[in-house]
Design a protein around this ligand. Structure first.
Ligand code: SAH
Length: 217
């Protein structure tokens, strides 16, 4: 790697993230503070700061940096938040969330990915990130309610269990659509217990596999 990683992070934030309209200073700082290259497997490490997703094994990917920043901004977390991420993958998104929340739970269905993410997060001393293994389409009721839930895999529709696990004012951000093409949705729990849904940009995520996702094959 040529430039120091902090310089590469700075360049990525300016050229890919601010340039596309993400402006929340707390989000931009969280991205700057997160060493993305540590979450990218060796053969792709030189491309860590590039403007696209990268393979992390098991047919999965680490999301494009802009998408991580944009979804984090959409979560609009309050101070001292408790957050749930579905689809730990490399652990990068969870590490970014760790700079914005007091408690981060992240759940991954592939045990080997969860174990690797745990290792990198421990290396960074992010002890308030808890990695779980299981079907995140059912959320994680043990630690609910959450101020924010971010789903890093594409669902056919917003899973009811995730909506139920939102705190009042809490937000669920997820890609909804078919297995190849989706739109980001943001659901906000209203004071009367109902939900407001907003539809955002077109995206392409790997599928959410599980009871309220897609079948495994
Ligand atoms: N947030 C990740 C990117 C994840 S890619 C990162 O920053 O690297 C999506 C991940 O969701 C994959 O690792 C996939 O195995 C996982 N996944 C798919 N369906 C799931 C489910 N029902 N529960 C938990 N994880 C799931």
């Amino acid at each position: 790697m040529t430039a120091k990683w902090e310089e590469q992070a700075e360049h990525m934030v300016t050229e890919q993230i601010v340039a596309r309209g993400v402006r929340n200073p707390r989000v931009l700082l969280a991205i700057r503070k997160t060493p993305r290259h540590l979450f990218v497997p060796e053969p792709y490490r030189d491309e860590s700061w590039s403007d696209y997703p990268l393979p992390i094994g098991y047919g999965q990917t680490i999301s494009q940096p802009f998408i991580v920043a944009y979804m984090t901004e959409l979560l609009d977390l309050p101070p001292r938040a408790r957050v749930l991420e579905i689809g730990t993958g490399s652990g990068y998104q969870a590490a970014v969330l760790a700079h914005l929340a007091d408690e981060v739970h992240t759940i991954e269905r592939i045990p080997e990915l969860a174990e690797h993410a745990r290792h990198v997060l421990r290396l960074l001393d992010l002890d308030h990130v808890h990695v779980h293994v299981g079907d995140g389409s059912q959320g994680l009721p043990e630690f609910a309610p959450y101020d924010g839930i971010l789903v890093a895999a594409a669902a056919p529709k917003a899973p009811p269990a995730l909506l139920e696990q939102l705190a009042p004012g809490g937000k669920l951000v997820l890609p909804v659509g078919d297995r190849g093409f989706q739109h980001l949705e943001r659901w906000t729990r209203q004071p009367d217990g109902g939900f407001r849904r907003e539809t955002k940009d077109a995206v392409a995520f790997v599928p959410l596999i599980g009871e309220d996702g897609w079948p495994a094959s």
